[in-house]
Design a protein around this ligand. Structure first.
Ligand SMILES: [Zn+2]
Length: 79
């Protein structure tokens, strides 16, 4: 599965405080991901903070270089 820009899904994840979201049609579970600023590899979520029921901060960890990084919400993707 290719990562894709899906601003509405990312927004919904933030609003619901979850780092995954199930597509109601396909039942596929999407996860937040982002491209590593150093090498362009996709990264998994390392940890996240919540403010009430919403996500306030998501930290990614690159699978390639293992660096942790943060990106703006509009740079996040789903996979
Ligand atoms: Zn990296």
């Amino acid at each position: 599965m290719e990562a894709k820009k899906a601003p509405a899904m990312v927004k919904k994840m933030f609003e619901t405080g979850k780092i995954t979201l199930v597509d109601p049609d396909t039942k596929y579970r999407y996860s937040l991901t982002a491209k590593c600023p150093d090498d362009g590899e996709y990264a998994d979520v390392a940890r996240f903070d919540k403010a009430g029921n919403t996500l306030s901060r998501v930290v990614f960890k690159c699978v390639q270089c293992e660096e942790e990084f943060e990106v703006r919400q509009d740079q996040m993707m789903v996979i």
